[in-house]
Design a protein around this ligand. Structure first.
Ligand code: DGJ
Length: 355
């Protein structure tokens, strides 16, 4: 090889080397950026994280319409029941299904309002805060919800009960009433480890929070119905953690957000002890703009819970947003912090840092 040929070849290989290095750098930076962008979406375009307060689309690209809702886990599937809202109007109860909590399929109207004007659930009534539980003995799915009769504002203050053989409905409306004669507005249901079920409800113009043990078929309240406390609270969300019952509630300011509170008790019938505001960090004093509706125990993860709230938009209730946030623990006391984006795997970290 001549001196010239050698130096040309050296120049060539050096420049090839630099080019290659630049290309590798470019590709790696680019793919790093891309993988950061894809953090919340998988290759198929599915959701892979929660983004509280953002529009949440179901599988067909429509915004999820399931407000004041609650979840049920059955047959390895989560079912999300919630209020269907038009511009402001209540339209019934929607149900969605999911295997992973991020991606939801609309299963349709679980409970529809009816044309029959003599029915308690005639079109124009208000159905709020639906919750569904499964009865192992009767093999029925039982829905309870807050019902206001058509044209009567919020004065009826009743609980409605509907039942279905399938988680996706259609649910058959059975009856509405004031439990044991008590007004009943915001509500939740809770099934304890022994299979007994309870209705937790705001009563006496929301000044009282009450709890009633349900009959074995879950269709009616028993007379074991007692006052939890009289603190003018609503939006009850109850969960059990390490043999204690925890209850998150909101104040009563209509659709406007307010400060949440956390109570704890060793027994569902009390005494209930005030713990404080479970929300922590910026935005905590107004529950990050939301109002509690449910606390979900995550399947397959011990002591892992998701706090669910609604960020109401009274002028366009359908566009009210969902705030799902991880429940953390410090010295075994639950607390909730804002996250712009998070994943279920973050709950494992929460448990490890429970000190
Ligand atoms: C607050 C309740 O929590 C909601 O479910 C709804 O009833 C609004 N009040 C109506 O103002």
């Amino acid at each position: 090889m001549t001196q010239m040929a050698f130096s040309m070849r050296r120049k060539f290989s050096l420049s090839t080397y630099y080019l290659l290095a630049a290309a590798v750098l470019f590709v790696s930076c680019h793919s790093q950026k891309e993988s950061a962008e894809m953090n919340s979406k998988t290759l198929s375009g599915a959701n892979a994280s929660f983004k509280p307060g953002e529009v949440w689309l179901e599988d067909n690209g429509q915004p999820i319409n399931a407000h004041g809702g609650g979840l049920l886990f059955r047959n390895k599937t989560y079912y999300w029941y919630g209020e269907v809202r038009g511009k402001g109007a209540s339209r019934g109860v929607n149900v969605y299904s999911s295997k992973d909590l991020y991606n939801w399929k609309h299963e349709g109207l679980a409970l529809a309002q009816v044309q029959d004007t003599t029915s308690d659930i005639t079109v124009g009534c208000i159905m709020e805060r639906p919750k569904v539980i499964y009865n192992e003995k009767t093999k029925k799915y039982v829905m309870w919800f807050h019902l206001e009769l058509k044209g009567k504002g919020y004065s009826a203050a009743r609980a409605g009960v509907a039942v279905s053989d399938n988680p996706t409905g259609p649910f058959i409306f059975l009856k509405s009433f004031r439990p044991n004669g008590n007004m009943s507005r915001d509500m939740g249901l809770f099934v304890d480890d022994d299979g007994k079920a309870y209705h937790i409800y705001s009563s006496r113009e929301n000044y009282d929070l009450r709890i009633a043990l349900l009959t074995d078929d879950f269709l009616s309240p028993t007379t074991k119905d007692s006052l939890l406390f009289s603190k003018h609270r609503e939006a009850p969300a109850l969960f059990k953690y390490k043999n204690n019952y925890y209850l998150i509630t909101s104040g009563c300011t209509g659709w406007d957000p307010n400060k949440a509170s956390l109570h704890v008790a060793a027994s569902l019938f009390g005494p209930w002890q005030y713990v404080g505001d479970p929300m922590v960090g910026p935005g905590a004093e107004l529950t990050f703009g939301g109002q509690s509706t449910f606390v979900l125990p995550v399947q397959g993860k011990k002591d892992a819970f998701v706090f669910m709230a609604d960020k109401w938009k009274p002028k366009d209730l359908a566009d009210s947003r969902y705030l799902w946030l991880p429940v953390s623990f410090k010295n075994d006391v639950p607390f909730i912090e804002w996250k712009d984006e998070w994943k279920l795997s973050d709950l494992d970290h929460n448990l490890q840092t429970n000190k």
